[in-house]
Write a protein that binds this ligand. Structure first.
Ligand SMILES: [Zn+2]
Length: 180
């Protein structure tokens, strides 16, 4: 797709929101990490609420169609799908648009299980999927105080994109070489 890169802003921000209902007999997956719990998150794919919100944040940042438009729940090929597939597609679209992910920050809102013991693994998995250092993936977990949402998991994510350096787009390679 032809894009006028000169007119592209140097940075873009994206925001993603998702929620899923807890359901018995489903494995729980958050941020690409399998978590031992009595219930998992329902949904057409693997129900990974965090990866869905990150995917939408990336797609939103480049004003691309959202996750539901790209991977419609009505399409049987996404039944039980690994949500890392969605995230990877979003990352590729970000790259194709001339940007790189600078950092992401997420809030998870859920009554149980406790995310603390899994936070490091989740951050590492998301960082790996986005080709980011771990200190560029923020994760906070909150319980839904006063919201009466004990049976839901909610994720909210912001993502910052930066225009990729000209060198990485095949121009002015010499400057980069001097530094190394
Ligand atoms: Zn979802």
């Amino acid at each position: 797709m032809p894009v006028h890169k000169a007119k592209q802003p140097p940075r873009r921000i994206g925001y993603g929101f998702d929620s899923h209902e807890f359901r018995r007999g489903v494995p729980l997956k958050i941020g690409g990490v399998a978590i031992e719990h009595a219930q998992g998150l329902g949904g057409h794919s693997d129900g990974d609420v965090l990866l869905h919100a990150i995917t939408d944040a990336l797609l939103g940042a480049i004003a691309a169609p959202d996750i539901g438009a790209l991977f419609p729940p009505s399409d049987p090929q996404w039944k039980g799908a690994d949500s890392l597939v969605f995230l990877n597609e979003a990352r590729k679209r970000v790259h194709a648009a001339g940007y790189a992910v600078a950092n992401v920050d997420a809030s998870l809102i859920l009554a149980a299980p406790k995310i603390g013991p899994h936070a490091a693994a989740i951050r590492a998995r998301v960082a790996q999927a986005l080709r980011l250092p771990r200190n560029c993936v923020g994760l906070k977990a909150k319980t839904p105080e006063g919201l009466n949402l004990e049976n839901a998991a909610i994720a909210q994510v912001v993502a910052l994109l930066e225009k990729r350096p000209a060198a990485k787009q095949g121009r002015r390679k010499t400057r980069r070489r001097k530094r190394t």
